[in-house]
Write a protein that binds this ligand. Structure first.
Ligand SMILES: NC(=O)C1=CN([C@@H]2O[C@H](COP(=O)(O)OP(=O)(O)OC[C@H]3O[C@@H](n4cnc5c(N)ncnc54)[C@H](OP(=O)(O)O)[C@@H]3O)[C@@H](O)[C@H]2O)C=CC1
Ligand SMILES: O=C(CO)COP(=O)(O)O
Ligand SMILES: [Zn+2]
Length: 348
Protein backbone atom coordinates (compact mmCIF):
# COMPACT_ATOMS: atom_id res chain seq x y z
CA UNK A 1 0.00 0.00 0.00
CA UNK A 2 1.21 3.52 -0.80
CA UNK A 3 1.43 5.29 2.56
CA UNK A 4 3.49 8.42 2.00
CA UNK A 5 2.08 11.80 2.92
CA UNK A 6 3.51 15.25 3.10
CA UNK A 7 2.34 18.63 4.39
CA UNK A 8 4.00 21.61 2.70
CA UNK A 9 3.41 24.88 4.49
CA UNK A 10 4.01 28.08 2.54
CA UNK A 11 3.22 31.78 3.03
CA UNK A 12 -0.03 33.02 1.53
CA UNK A 13 1.10 36.48 0.40
CA UNK A 14 4.63 37.25 -0.72
CA UNK A 15 5.26 40.87 -1.71
CA UNK A 16 8.70 41.74 -3.07
CA UNK A 17 9.35 45.11 -4.64
CA UNK A 18 9.87 48.83 -4.46
CA UNK A 19 7.98 50.49 -1.58
CA UNK A 20 5.90 47.43 -0.67
CA UNK A 21 6.40 48.13 3.05
CA UNK A 22 3.59 50.65 2.69
CA UNK A 23 1.31 47.78 1.62
CA UNK A 24 1.96 45.80 4.81
CA UNK A 25 -1.39 46.85 6.29
CA UNK A 26 -3.19 45.73 3.14
CA UNK A 27 -1.31 42.42 3.04
CA UNK A 28 -2.23 41.75 6.68
CA UNK A 29 -5.87 42.74 6.13
CA UNK A 30 -6.11 40.08 3.42
CA UNK A 31 -5.17 37.41 5.94
CA UNK A 32 -8.33 37.97 8.05
CA UNK A 33 -6.36 37.90 11.28
CA UNK A 34 -8.01 38.99 14.46
CA UNK A 35 -6.61 40.79 17.49
CA UNK A 36 -3.81 43.30 17.81
CA UNK A 37 -0.31 42.79 16.49
CA UNK A 38 2.90 42.65 18.49
CA UNK A 39 5.93 44.01 16.66
CA UNK A 40 9.02 41.84 17.24
CA UNK A 41 12.20 43.55 16.16
CA UNK A 42 15.81 44.43 17.01
CA UNK A 43 17.45 47.84 17.51
CA UNK A 44 18.55 48.82 13.96
CA UNK A 45 15.40 47.60 12.15
CA UNK A 46 13.23 49.34 14.76
CA UNK A 47 15.10 52.58 14.10
CA UNK A 48 14.91 52.19 10.32
CA UNK A 49 11.35 51.04 9.75
CA UNK A 50 9.46 50.91 13.08
CA UNK A 51 7.65 54.19 12.42
CA UNK A 52 6.56 53.15 8.92
CA UNK A 53 4.83 50.19 10.52
CA UNK A 54 3.27 52.34 13.25
CA UNK A 55 2.00 54.68 10.52
CA UNK A 56 -0.10 51.79 9.23
CA UNK A 57 -1.08 50.03 12.46
CA UNK A 58 -1.19 52.91 14.95
CA UNK A 59 0.77 52.88 18.19
CA UNK A 60 1.25 49.10 18.45
CA UNK A 61 3.13 47.27 21.20
CA UNK A 62 6.65 46.25 20.31
CA UNK A 63 9.54 44.30 21.74
CA UNK A 64 13.14 44.78 20.65
CA UNK A 65 15.65 41.96 21.12
CA UNK A 66 19.38 41.94 20.68
CA UNK A 67 20.15 38.20 20.78
CA UNK A 68 18.54 35.05 19.40
CA UNK A 69 17.96 32.65 22.31
CA UNK A 70 15.21 30.51 23.81
CA UNK A 71 14.98 33.08 26.59
CA UNK A 72 14.19 35.75 23.95
CA UNK A 73 11.47 33.49 22.53
CA UNK A 74 10.04 33.13 26.06
CA UNK A 75 10.02 36.91 26.54
CA UNK A 76 8.05 37.37 23.32
CA UNK A 77 5.57 34.65 24.29
CA UNK A 78 5.02 36.22 27.72
CA UNK A 79 4.61 39.72 26.33
CA UNK A 80 2.23 38.55 23.60
CA UNK A 81 0.11 36.74 26.22
CA UNK A 82 0.15 39.80 28.47
CA UNK A 83 -1.26 42.08 25.78
CA UNK A 84 -3.38 39.32 24.24
CA UNK A 85 -1.76 39.76 20.81
CA UNK A 86 -3.54 38.15 17.88
CA UNK A 87 -0.46 37.87 15.65
CA UNK A 88 3.19 38.93 15.42
CA UNK A 89 4.98 41.17 12.94
CA UNK A 90 8.69 40.29 12.67
CA UNK A 91 10.78 43.22 11.47
CA UNK A 92 14.51 42.82 10.90
CA UNK A 93 17.25 40.40 9.99
CA UNK A 94 17.37 36.68 10.75
CA UNK A 95 17.41 37.16 14.51
CA UNK A 96 13.97 38.77 15.11
CA UNK A 97 12.41 36.73 12.30
CA UNK A 98 13.58 33.44 13.82
CA UNK A 99 12.47 34.49 17.30
CA UNK A 100 9.02 35.59 16.11
CA UNK A 101 8.69 32.42 14.04
CA UNK A 102 9.27 30.23 17.04
CA UNK A 103 7.22 32.39 19.41
CA UNK A 104 4.23 32.36 17.06
CA UNK A 105 4.47 28.58 17.02
CA UNK A 106 4.30 28.49 20.83
CA UNK A 107 1.45 30.99 20.83
CA UNK A 108 -0.48 29.20 18.09
CA UNK A 109 -0.83 32.45 16.22
CA UNK A 110 0.40 33.61 12.84
CA UNK A 111 3.25 35.96 12.03
CA UNK A 112 4.24 38.20 9.18
CA UNK A 113 7.85 38.53 8.05
CA UNK A 114 9.20 41.97 7.16
CA UNK A 115 12.91 41.61 6.38
CA UNK A 116 15.12 44.70 6.61
CA UNK A 117 18.15 42.83 5.26
CA UNK A 118 18.50 40.38 2.37
CA UNK A 119 20.96 38.52 4.57
CA UNK A 120 19.58 35.00 5.08
CA UNK A 121 17.06 32.55 3.68
CA UNK A 122 14.96 32.24 6.83
CA UNK A 123 12.79 35.13 5.50
CA UNK A 124 10.23 32.64 4.20
CA UNK A 125 11.22 29.28 5.64
CA UNK A 126 9.35 27.16 8.15
CA UNK A 127 12.50 26.64 10.22
CA UNK A 128 13.75 28.55 13.18
CA UNK A 129 17.42 28.37 14.07
CA UNK A 130 18.19 29.11 17.72
CA UNK A 131 21.47 28.55 19.58
CA UNK A 132 21.48 26.97 23.03
CA UNK A 133 24.68 26.29 24.96
CA UNK A 134 26.96 24.06 22.93
CA UNK A 135 24.39 23.22 20.33
CA UNK A 136 21.97 24.80 17.88
CA UNK A 137 18.39 23.83 17.31
CA UNK A 138 16.86 23.96 13.87
CA UNK A 139 13.26 23.87 14.98
CA UNK A 140 10.23 23.18 12.81
CA UNK A 141 7.81 26.07 12.95
CA UNK A 142 5.14 27.46 10.68
CA UNK A 143 6.40 29.77 7.92
CA UNK A 144 5.12 33.36 7.89
CA UNK A 145 1.57 33.96 6.71
CA UNK A 146 2.90 36.81 4.60
CA UNK A 147 6.28 38.21 3.61
CA UNK A 148 6.69 41.87 2.78
CA UNK A 149 10.17 42.50 1.38
CA UNK A 150 10.66 46.10 0.35
CA UNK A 151 13.57 46.21 -2.11
CA UNK A 152 14.00 49.97 -1.60
CA UNK A 153 14.61 49.37 2.11
CA UNK A 154 16.74 46.27 1.49
CA UNK A 155 18.92 48.14 -1.03
CA UNK A 156 19.62 50.84 1.57
CA UNK A 157 20.86 48.30 4.13
CA UNK A 158 24.64 47.94 4.51
CA UNK A 159 25.96 46.13 1.43
CA UNK A 160 27.59 43.42 3.53
CA UNK A 161 24.14 42.22 4.61
CA UNK A 162 23.23 41.60 0.95
CA UNK A 163 26.51 39.81 0.23
CA UNK A 164 25.76 37.65 3.29
CA UNK A 165 22.43 36.69 1.68
CA UNK A 166 24.26 35.83 -1.57
CA UNK A 167 26.66 33.58 0.31
CA UNK A 168 23.80 31.88 2.20
CA UNK A 169 22.33 31.00 -1.22
CA UNK A 170 25.65 29.90 -2.75
CA UNK A 171 26.07 27.51 0.18
CA UNK A 172 23.08 25.57 -1.23
CA UNK A 173 25.59 23.91 -3.58
CA UNK A 174 27.39 22.12 -0.77
CA UNK A 175 24.25 21.70 1.36
CA UNK A 176 22.57 19.72 -1.43
CA UNK A 177 25.72 17.62 -1.96
CA UNK A 178 25.76 16.80 1.76
CA UNK A 179 22.09 15.91 1.67
CA UNK A 180 22.60 13.58 -1.29
CA UNK A 181 25.56 11.98 0.46
CA UNK A 182 23.49 11.44 3.63
CA UNK A 183 20.78 9.91 1.47
CA UNK A 184 23.22 7.47 -0.13
CA UNK A 185 25.15 6.56 3.01
CA UNK A 186 22.58 6.90 5.78
CA UNK A 187 19.27 6.50 3.99
CA UNK A 188 18.25 10.02 4.98
CA UNK A 189 15.07 10.98 3.15
CA UNK A 190 15.84 13.13 0.10
CA UNK A 191 13.44 15.28 -1.88
CA UNK A 192 14.39 15.62 -5.56
CA UNK A 193 12.17 18.70 -5.90
CA UNK A 194 13.58 20.50 -2.87
CA UNK A 195 17.18 19.56 -3.80
CA UNK A 196 16.73 20.68 -7.42
CA UNK A 197 15.08 23.97 -6.38
CA UNK A 198 17.83 24.81 -3.88
CA UNK A 199 20.56 24.00 -6.39
CA UNK A 200 18.90 25.89 -9.24
CA UNK A 201 18.45 28.92 -6.97
CA UNK A 202 22.20 28.96 -6.31
CA UNK A 203 22.95 28.54 -10.03
CA UNK A 204 20.63 31.39 -11.07
CA UNK A 205 22.17 33.67 -8.48
CA UNK A 206 25.70 32.89 -9.65
CA UNK A 207 24.65 33.53 -13.27
CA UNK A 208 23.41 36.97 -12.15
CA UNK A 209 26.62 37.72 -10.24
CA UNK A 210 27.60 40.59 -12.56
CA UNK A 211 24.29 42.39 -11.85
CA UNK A 212 24.73 42.18 -8.09
CA UNK A 213 26.32 45.47 -7.13
CA UNK A 214 26.01 47.94 -4.25
CA UNK A 215 23.60 50.79 -4.75
CA UNK A 216 21.44 48.93 -7.28
CA UNK A 217 17.92 48.13 -6.11
CA UNK A 218 17.84 45.38 -8.72
CA UNK A 219 20.51 43.55 -6.71
CA UNK A 220 18.24 43.49 -3.65
CA UNK A 221 15.47 42.20 -5.94
CA UNK A 222 17.59 39.35 -7.37
CA UNK A 223 18.92 38.29 -3.98
CA UNK A 224 15.56 38.50 -2.20
CA UNK A 225 13.84 36.38 -4.84
CA UNK A 226 16.59 33.78 -4.41
CA UNK A 227 16.15 33.86 -0.62
CA UNK A 228 12.41 33.30 -1.04
CA UNK A 229 13.04 30.41 -3.40
CA UNK A 230 15.54 28.81 -1.03
CA UNK A 231 13.08 29.18 1.86
CA UNK A 232 10.43 27.45 -0.24
CA UNK A 233 12.88 24.58 -0.86
CA UNK A 234 13.18 24.19 2.93
CA UNK A 235 9.40 24.17 3.24
CA UNK A 236 9.09 21.48 0.57
CA UNK A 237 11.77 19.40 2.29
CA UNK A 238 10.27 19.93 5.74
CA UNK A 239 13.83 20.52 6.95
CA UNK A 240 16.69 22.94 6.38
CA UNK A 241 18.64 20.22 4.52
CA UNK A 242 18.42 21.87 1.05
CA UNK A 243 20.10 24.99 2.42
CA UNK A 244 22.18 23.79 5.35
CA UNK A 245 24.96 21.21 5.30
CA UNK A 246 28.48 21.01 6.70
CA UNK A 247 29.20 24.65 5.82
CA UNK A 248 26.38 25.63 8.20
CA UNK A 249 27.72 23.35 10.94
CA UNK A 250 31.06 25.16 10.56
CA UNK A 251 29.27 28.53 10.85
CA UNK A 252 27.26 27.44 13.90
CA UNK A 253 30.53 26.44 15.58
CA UNK A 254 32.02 29.85 14.75
CA UNK A 255 28.96 31.44 16.39
CA UNK A 256 29.92 29.60 19.58
CA UNK A 257 33.68 30.13 19.40
CA UNK A 258 33.70 33.70 18.09
CA UNK A 259 30.21 35.11 18.67
CA UNK A 260 29.19 38.22 16.76
CA UNK A 261 32.42 38.39 14.77
CA UNK A 262 31.00 37.77 11.28
CA UNK A 263 27.60 37.48 9.61
CA UNK A 264 25.91 34.09 9.28
CA UNK A 265 25.94 34.22 5.46
CA UNK A 266 29.61 35.18 5.27
CA UNK A 267 30.59 32.32 7.58
CA UNK A 268 28.64 29.71 5.61
CA UNK A 269 30.19 31.01 2.36
CA UNK A 270 33.73 30.47 3.63
CA UNK A 271 32.62 27.11 5.04
CA UNK A 272 31.27 26.12 1.61
CA UNK A 273 34.65 26.73 -0.06
CA UNK A 274 36.27 24.22 2.31
CA UNK A 275 33.48 21.64 2.37
CA UNK A 276 33.35 21.71 -1.45
CA UNK A 277 37.08 20.90 -1.35
CA UNK A 278 36.26 17.91 0.90
CA UNK A 279 33.60 16.80 -1.58
CA UNK A 280 35.51 17.13 -4.82
CA UNK A 281 39.22 17.53 -4.04
CA UNK A 282 41.87 19.98 -5.14
CA UNK A 283 40.69 20.11 -8.77
CA UNK A 284 37.04 20.30 -7.78
CA UNK A 285 34.47 23.09 -7.78
CA UNK A 286 35.68 24.99 -4.71
CA UNK A 287 37.31 27.60 -6.99
CA UNK A 288 33.92 28.32 -8.62
CA UNK A 289 32.37 28.85 -5.20
CA UNK A 290 35.25 31.07 -4.07
CA UNK A 291 35.15 33.09 -7.31
CA UNK A 292 31.38 33.58 -7.15
CA UNK A 293 31.65 34.78 -3.54
CA UNK A 294 34.47 37.12 -4.34
CA UNK A 295 32.68 38.56 -7.44
CA UNK A 296 29.74 39.43 -5.19
CA UNK A 297 32.04 40.96 -2.57
CA UNK A 298 31.58 38.28 0.11
CA UNK A 299 34.56 37.15 2.23
CA UNK A 300 36.57 34.13 1.11
CA UNK A 301 39.26 34.08 3.82
CA UNK A 302 39.53 33.85 7.59
CA UNK A 303 41.11 37.28 7.62
CA UNK A 304 38.18 38.81 5.72
CA UNK A 305 35.82 37.19 8.22
CA UNK A 306 37.84 38.76 11.02
CA UNK A 307 38.36 35.36 12.63
CA UNK A 308 41.78 34.00 13.61
CA UNK A 309 43.23 30.87 12.02
CA UNK A 310 43.14 28.72 15.16
CA UNK A 311 39.41 29.39 15.61
CA UNK A 312 38.70 28.47 11.98
CA UNK A 313 40.53 25.16 12.43
CA UNK A 314 38.80 24.45 15.73
CA UNK A 315 35.40 25.15 14.16
CA UNK A 316 36.16 22.89 11.20
CA UNK A 317 37.42 19.98 13.31
CA UNK A 318 34.49 20.15 15.78
CA UNK A 319 31.64 21.12 13.40
CA UNK A 320 30.40 17.52 13.11
CA UNK A 321 29.54 17.49 16.84
CA UNK A 322 27.08 20.34 16.83
CA UNK A 323 24.09 18.50 15.46
CA UNK A 324 22.99 15.06 14.43
CA UNK A 325 23.22 15.78 10.69
CA UNK A 326 25.34 13.54 8.47
CA UNK A 327 27.57 15.50 6.10
CA UNK A 328 30.89 15.22 4.28
CA UNK A 329 32.54 15.86 7.66
CA UNK A 330 31.50 12.33 8.67
CA UNK A 331 32.84 11.56 12.12
CA UNK A 332 35.15 14.53 12.04
CA UNK A 333 38.08 16.05 10.19
CA UNK A 334 41.57 15.77 11.71
CA UNK A 335 43.49 18.93 12.49
CA UNK A 336 46.05 18.16 9.78
CA UNK A 337 43.33 17.64 7.16
CA UNK A 338 41.55 20.83 8.25
CA UNK A 339 44.75 22.88 7.98
CA UNK A 340 45.48 21.38 4.56
CA UNK A 341 41.96 22.12 3.26
CA UNK A 342 41.98 25.67 4.61
CA UNK A 343 45.45 26.31 3.20
CA UNK A 344 44.87 24.85 -0.27
CA UNK A 345 41.60 26.78 -0.66
CA UNK A 346 43.25 29.99 0.50
CA UNK A 347 40.95 30.39 3.51
CA UNK A 348 44.12 30.58 5.66
N1 LIG B 1 15.38 29.99 10.00
C1 LIG B 1 16.12 29.83 8.95
O1 LIG B 1 15.78 29.09 8.02
C2 LIG B 1 17.38 30.60 8.85
C3 LIG B 1 17.86 31.30 9.94
N2 LIG B 1 19.00 32.01 9.88
C4 LIG B 1 19.44 32.70 11.09
O2 LIG B 1 19.41 34.10 10.86
C5 LIG B 1 20.46 34.71 11.57
C6 LIG B 1 21.32 35.48 10.60
O3 LIG B 1 20.60 36.50 10.02
P1 LIG B 1 21.17 37.98 10.04
O4 LIG B 1 20.19 38.79 9.26
O5 LIG B 1 22.59 37.97 9.62
O6 LIG B 1 21.12 38.34 11.61
P2 LIG B 1 20.68 39.62 12.42
O7 LIG B 1 19.22 39.71 12.57
O8 LIG B 1 21.50 39.57 13.65
O9 LIG B 1 21.15 40.87 11.52
C7 LIG B 1 22.51 41.13 11.29
C8 LIG B 1 22.86 42.57 11.62
O10 LIG B 1 22.24 43.43 10.68
C9 LIG B 1 21.59 44.51 11.37
N3 LIG B 1 20.53 44.98 10.49
C10 LIG B 1 19.41 44.33 10.05
N4 LIG B 1 18.77 45.09 9.14
C11 LIG B 1 19.48 46.24 9.00
C12 LIG B 1 19.34 47.42 8.19
N5 LIG B 1 18.34 47.55 7.33
N6 LIG B 1 20.26 48.38 8.32
C13 LIG B 1 21.30 48.26 9.17
N7 LIG B 1 21.51 47.18 9.96
C14 LIG B 1 20.60 46.18 9.86
C15 LIG B 1 21.19 43.92 12.67
O11 LIG B 1 21.05 44.98 13.61
P3 LIG B 1 20.64 44.74 15.15
O12 LIG B 1 21.89 44.20 15.82
O13 LIG B 1 20.27 46.06 15.64
O14 LIG B 1 19.57 43.73 15.13
C16 LIG B 1 22.38 43.00 12.99
O15 LIG B 1 23.42 43.73 13.60
C17 LIG B 1 21.26 33.60 12.23
O16 LIG B 1 20.85 33.50 13.58
C18 LIG B 1 20.87 32.38 11.44
O17 LIG B 1 20.98 31.19 12.16
C19 LIG B 1 19.71 32.11 8.72
C20 LIG B 1 19.28 31.43 7.59
C21 LIG B 1 18.09 30.64 7.57
O1 LIG C 1 20.70 28.93 7.90
C1 LIG C 1 19.90 28.12 7.51
C2 LIG C 1 19.68 27.88 6.05
O2 LIG C 1 20.36 28.83 5.27
C3 LIG C 1 19.14 27.32 8.47
O3 LIG C 1 19.90 26.24 8.73
P1 LIG C 1 20.09 25.57 10.14
O4 LIG C 1 19.01 24.58 10.21
O5 LIG C 1 21.44 24.96 10.02
O6 LIG C 1 20.04 26.61 11.19
ZN1 LIG D 1 21.94 29.86 6.34
Amino acid sequence: MFDKSTWIKLPRNVLVGHGVLDQLGEAVEELYLSGRPLLVTSPSPERIAGDRIRDQFGDIDSISLDRASFEAVERVVEYANEIDAGYLIALGGGKPIDIAKMASDHLNCGFVSVPTAASHDGIVSGRSSIPEGDTRHSVAADPPLAVVADTELLAEAPWELTTAGCADIISNYTAVKDWQLAHRLQNVEYSEYAGALAQMTAELLVESADSIKPGLEESAWIVTKALVSSGVAMSIAGSSRPASGAEHLFSHQLDRLAPGRALHGHQVGVGAIMTEYFHSGERGDWRNIRDALSTMGAPTTAEELGIDEATVIEALTTAHTIRDRYTILGNGVSEEAAIEAATITGVL
